[in-house]
Design a protein around this ligand. Structure first.
Ligand SMILES: NC(=O)c1ccc[n+]([C@@H]2O[C@H](COP(=O)([O-])OP(=O)(O)OC[C@H]3O[C@@H](n4cnc5c(N)ncnc54)[C@H](OP(=O)(O)O)[C@@H]3O)[C@@H](O)[C@H]2O)c1
Length: 315
């Protein structure tokens, strides 16, 4: 088959059109004759060697084509070996094209459960561009974020790939969307796509201005933060609202507090694992729980004779 092969990691110059052996038959796997492959930023990181892929290698996470077993049109879902848990992937999880040969080729072989019917109204190019960003964003909004019709959501960094997909999906689901961006033009584009408005996150006090766009100024039901500014964005959340922090990017100018708060610097080593804060616990509840657990610790220490009662009382 024709493929784009890399023999070393580096710049786009390492991408070489070559003949390459066809994928072999594997039980439970299906070979797809690709009609289109898409470029996701993840492919760039793979090409640069971030994932230590075996060489020579064919990169590419996203694609759409025709199943060679049934002749059906299909999109390739690039999430391999997710495992049996809904809340997190297994340790064997990988994105197609990391260690398994990817979609920059005429043929790709994937597990049968990584294929979905191609939406009939989409072109091959549109269908190929959908899976990685589409499935990631769908999961962030509707599985982890539990977004429902009629709820309000703030999307941070409207110009990004995840944010763009989030606006489309959430508007289609009947949620009321506001956005933040560094650019007024991007906010205008988001409004054209169905958002109700936006604020510049380059302005001081932007979370206050964002909050003012939420229903009754009460804060948003859900905030999607694919950037890492959650120590600020959380101020626009309603009590009991949900904040989904996605990805492992460190924004330029991220404060030390931002990095400490979610351990973003440490998480760079496991890029791709989504971090989700599922519930914001009110401070009152936290302090009650802290008091209760301190009291229980003192009781246990007294019972074990570890501390004298007057020392324990001073804590
Ligand atoms: N795209 C995918 O398929 C995918 C899949 C899985 C995981 N992820 C992860 O999700 C995260 C986001 O991915 P992406 O593809 O959406 O990235 P992206 O397209 O590169 O997003 C860039 C956008 O982020 C915003 N931004 C950058 N710095 C910012 C800052 N300091 N404050 C506020 N906003 C800032 C900007 O929005 P404005 O231009 O509006 O200011 C910028 O346009 C990454 O960690 C990525 O690894 C992505």
């Amino acid at each position: 088959m024709h493929a784009v092969v890399i023999h070393e990691f580096g710049s786009p110059a390492v991408l070489c059109p070559r003949e390459f052996p066809d994928p072999g038959a594997r039980p439970g796997w299906v070979t797809v004759a690709l009609r289109a492959s898409a470029l996701n930023w993840h492919d760039v990181l793979v090409r640069q060697g971030r994932y230590g892929s075996p060489l020579p290698h064919i990169i590419g996470a996203d694609g759409a084509g025709v199943r060679t077993d049934t002749g059906e049109d299909a999109v390739v879902l690039p999430s391999l070996n997710w495992g049996g848990r809904d809340d997190a992937p297994s340790t064997r999880w990988e994105i197609l094209g990391d260690h398994t040969r990817g979609t920059y080729a005429e043929l790709v072989s994937v597990p049968a459960d990584c294929l979905a019917p191609k939406p009939p109204g989409m072109s091959w190019a549109e269908a190929a561009a959908l899976p990685l960003v589409g499935v990631t964003t769908y999961r962030a909004l509707f599985v982890r974020g539990r977004l429902r019709a009629g709820e309000s959501m703030l999307v941070i960094g409207a110009g990004g790939g995840i944010a763009t997909m989030a606006i489309s999906l959430a508007v289609a689901a009947g949620a009321g969307i506001a956005v933040t961006s560094s650019s007024a033009d991007t906010i205008e584009r988001a409004v054209a796509a169905g958002a109700r408005g936006g604020v510049l996150h380059s302005e001081p006090d932007w979370p206050v201005h964002a909050r003012a766009m939420s229903p009754n100024n009460a804060g948003f039901d859900l905030i999607l933060d694919p950037v890492g500014r959650w120590s600020e964005s959380i101020r626009a959340l309603r009590p009991g609202g949900r904040l989904v922090v996605l990805g492992a990017a460190v924004p330029a100018g991220a404060s030390a507090a931002d990095r400490r708060a979610v351990g973003i610097a440490e998480l760079r080593g496991i890029e791709g694992l989504p971090i989700t804060v599922q519930q914001i616990i009110p401070r009152r509840v936290v302090s009650q729980r802290t008091r209760r657990s301190k009291a229980a610790a003192v009781r246990r220490a007294k019972a074990a004779g570890v501390v004298r009662p007057e020392t324990a009382a001073a804590r």
